[in-house]
Design a protein around this ligand. Structure first.
Ligand SMILES: [Zn+2]
Length: 819
């Protein structure tokens, strides 16, 4: 994409005041070309009369006719076409050629390496609709849509309304009134399953090459969908209003999922064709429930502008977790949330880019995209959970129902929601609102045993007076005392410390009922070495590790003390090990800051835990992954790769094979030719991505150059491979070969805006940041980027946050120097 102008809130307000959009009628021809498609849009709207503009980002604009008058197509400027509307009814017809994209936005077109079949899906969120059709692209200009789609004859088309037709000609709609960002089409030779629940037609689809895996889990997915519908209907008394509910698993999707009414899209890594952990199954379950929650929070009532995106995400996150735990087989969903989401939120809340949950100040659409972070999801969810507790669930839900009823198929702001809660009997919410929702940052709560107080400090840049109600759990005896934290020094009740010794651990907020950076005292950290192995409640285990991670993040815990605890009881109960989980934190933060030998000690701990587990058990898989990631013995990796010496119950599936290959690459005990052959033997989307990460993980100049060519766009690859190469590039121990790329990052970063757009721009800026070079010389090179006005705002924000992360790592090393 060439540079386009991001819509500003003030412009959206002016256009909203001018126009009422009546309908969209869109014809797409997806059959004519592999690189572009024809798009004809007819928009009808009422206007108060005057100048405005239309959004469109075509590869070629053939014609624009407003009220039967042809306009000069050369007036298109960086994604905008100026219009002079007449007062009253207007009809606009735009004929354009649009690009198929490979970055997960607009109409993404993917060719499956398994069988060469092509698949298309639409992602209009949050400003990509104009690369599909001409539109007034803002959330508060809703209209019904009708679609006419020409597609290859063997394709199936699914969208925001039930599709009719076939044999290459499809009709959809008219839909309910939709924001432009909800529009999707899922078209291709997809494998399709249908069911029905309580009068709602249900669908599931995925690429043909994943058909067996989807079939295997279809019962679970349909059952869970039905359970969640029942619960949302019970809670709100408002029926799902968008007709069919189709869940499409689509390739190379950037987010976890997108809540398009009638046709939710998910990343198809959530169709499991290898053995996965319970953690990942819970993540899929909460994602399904999250998108269903959006059908109410977001789709029936939509935020007027992106500064209120918490009305979507915080609610969907909270309701998704809650409903999953309450009505599906995954009743431990909240424990998984502790492992996977809490530090994501707390981390974001301590970064320079922290922002309030509500009213995040997004001035334009692209900047708002950066607020889809741990604050809008995890922190917002935590605060809503507290609010539901303090208001009482009846008032909390009644306010939501009032909000849906008054603003049905329209838009609203947070003030509308607060008014609904007040009508429902919530009383004065201004205190909670001001301190928790409108003020950024997290309190640091530090336990000081000698003075018998819990200290509370709000961030200097974001002063606040937040009250916390939370228990302190005493271990090993299990005694619990409730604490109301209303000032900067809260005395601990006498019973908290009565009889406490050096062997007593004090855990702050063991069920995570409040929100803060909890810092345990040094005695607790030492005592946990004996206490932690005896803790059986996984909820409390996760909370203890969150106390430790929080204390570590503010340089209050010695990395060697963390290693002592990992040795005492490796937290394999956090079964998943994707980016935000415990294992990546240990490998990326703790080990590099700890004394030499830490990795070997953790490896022994992993083998010990593995030895305790049962064949085929969840914890066996989790333990074995720790063993693989911590080993420095290539001979053992080679044996496992050959299928020998594997523990009984661990199968050498494609996921494990590539984990072994990646670890061999990190250790420098394989080469690119071997990795290329492994990919050629089994080319899938998954293996392409793993190959990309593994090659970039090789400790050679050639491998790092191979990765860098993807960053600069010299080699263009699809989004997942692009990110994976960046994540593989910066490995601890590879500093000699990665060193030149610290300067290259500084030099090349400005250019990425020309080759990577939208969602991927910021992802790339982060994935290729020199995270392993935590030294003053490197930071001196990188620091000026924080003030470089030439960088897009989203890119600069990621750089500022990554620099902050590097400074935190330095602070830990300065506080606890190792030789
Ligand atoms: Zn969401």
């Amino acid at each position: 994409m060439s540079a386009t102008q991001s819509l500003r809130q003030t412009e959206a307000q002016e256009r909203f005041d001018l126009l009422d959009v009546t309908s969209y009628d869109v014809s797409l021809d997806l059959a004519a070309s592999e690189t572009t498609f024809a798009s004809v849009t007819r928009v009808e709207f009422e206007s108060r009369g005057g100048a405005t503009f239309l959004d469109l980002k075509p590869t070629h604009l053939a014609s624009v006719r407003l009220n039967d008058r042809s306009l000069d197509v050369d007036l298109l400027d960086r994604g905008r076409f100026p219009l002079d509307t007449v007062a009253g009814h207007n009809v606009l017809v735009v004929e354009a050629t649009m690009p198929f994209r490979n970055d997960g936005e607009g109409l993404h077109r993917h060719v499956d390496p398994v069988d060469a079949k092509a698949y298309v899906y639409g992602m209009s969120f949050m400003d990509a609709a104009p690369t599909i059709f001409a539109c007034f692209d803002q959330p508060d200009l809703k209209a019904p849509y009708t679609w006419h789609v020409r597609a290859p004859e063997d394709w199936i088309v699914v969208g925001n309304a039930p599709a009719t037709g076939g044999d290459g000609e499809w009709e959809l709609g008219p839909t309910q009134p939709l924001s432009t960002y909800f529009v999707t089409l899922v078209a291709g030779p997809y494998h399709l399953l249908r069911s029905e629940h309580d009068g709602i037609p249900l669908g599931l689809s995925c690429r043909a090459s994943l058909a067996d895996a989807l079939d295997a889990d279809a019962d679970e997915l349909f059952e869970m969908t039905g359970q969640c519908f029942d619960e949302f209907h019970r809670l709100f008394g408002i029926r799902y209003p968008f007709g069919d509910y189709h869940q499409a698993f689509v390739p190379e999707f950037n987010a976890g999922a997108m809540e398009n009414p009638g046709c939710v899209t998910f990343r198809d890594q959530l169709v499991f064709d290898t053995r996965v952990t319970r953690g990942l199954r819970i993540q899929r379950a909460t994602t399904i429930a999250h998108e269903m929650a959006h059908q109410w929070f977001g789709n029936i009532v939509t935020p007027k502008w992106w500064d209120d995106l918490w009305l979507n995400e915080s609610f969907a996150e909270y309701m998704g977790n809650r409903v999953t735990a309450d009505v599906t087989q995954y009743d431990d969903a909240w424990t998984h949330v502790s492992w996977s989401r809490r530090q994501w939120g707390l981390g974001a809340d301590q970064k320079p880019s922290t922002h309030p949950v509500a009213g995040n100040g997004a001035e334009d659409a692209l900047l708002a995209l950066q607020n889809f972070d741990g604050i809008s999801y995890a922190k917002g969810s935590s605060i809503l959970k507290q609010l539901a507790t303090s208001l009482g669930d009846e008032v909390f839900v009644a306010g939501a129902i009032d909000h849906f009823t008054r603003n049905r198929f329209g838009n609203a702001t947070m003030h509308d929601l607060f008014a609904s809660w007040e009508r429902a009997g919530a009383g004065d919410l201004s205190g909670v609102t001001e301190q928790w929702l409108r003020t950024a940052g997290a309190d640091v709560l530090r336990l000081d045993r000698a003075r018998a107080v819990l200290e509370r400090r709000s961030p200097a840049e974001h002063p606040a007076e937040r009250t916390h109600r939370l228990p302190i759990l005493r271990l090993p005896d299990g005694g619990e005392t409730a604490l109301d934290v209303t000032s900067d020094e809260t005395p601990l009740p006498a019973e908290t410390l009565a009889g406490a010794s050096e062997a007593t651990a004090l855990v702050i907020d063991p069920r995570e009922e409040s929100w803060g950076v909890y810092v345990p005292d040094a005695t607790t950290v030492r005592a946990l070495v004996d206490v932690l192995p005896e803790v059986t409640d996984t909820r409390v285990q996760a909370a203890i590790w969150n106390n430790l991670k929080s204390g570590f993040s503010v340089a209050a815990i010695d990395p060697d003390a963390v290693v002592d605890l990992l040795e005492a009881r490796l937290p394999v109960e956090d079964t998943e090990d994707t980016l935000r989980q415990t294992k990546p934190w240990v490998m990326g933060e703790v080990v590099p800051a700890a004394s030499p030998g830490a990795l070997a000690r953790i490896h022994v701990a992993a083998r010990d835990r593995l030895a305790e587990t049962q064949a085929g058990d969840e914890l066996q898989l989790s333990s074995f992954r720790w063993v693989v990631s911590t080993t420095d013995d290539p001979a053992r990796l080679h044996r496992w790769l050959a299928g020998s010496d594997l523990p009984d119950g661990i199968d050498l599936d494609v996921d494990l094979r590539w984990r072994l290959l990646t670890q061999l690459a990190v250790l420098g005990d394989t080469d690119q030719a071997t990795l290329d052959t492994a990919l050629a033997d089994e080319p899938t989307v998954f293996t392409q991505v793993m190959h990309s990460r593994a090659v970039a993980s090789l400790p050679t100049p050639e491998a790092k150059a191979w990765a860098w060519a993807r960053f600069t766009g010299e080699v263009s690859v699809a989004n997942y491979e692009l990110e994976a190469a960046g994540r593989g590039l910066w490995r601890a121990g590879h500093e000699d070969v990665t060193h030149p790329y610290v300067q290259r990052y500084v030099t090349d970063l400005a250019g990425i805006a020309d080759v990577h757009s939208g969602w991927m721009q910021a992802v790339v800026a982060e994935a290729y940041f020199p995270a392993s070079h935590v030294d003053e010389a490197s930071l001196a090179l990188l620091r000026p980027l924080a003030d470089d006005d030439a960088l897009p705002g989203a890119v600069r924000r990621r750089v500022v946050d990554q620099l902050d992360a590097a400074h935190r790592k330095l602070a830990v090393r300065a506080a606890f120097p190792k030789h």
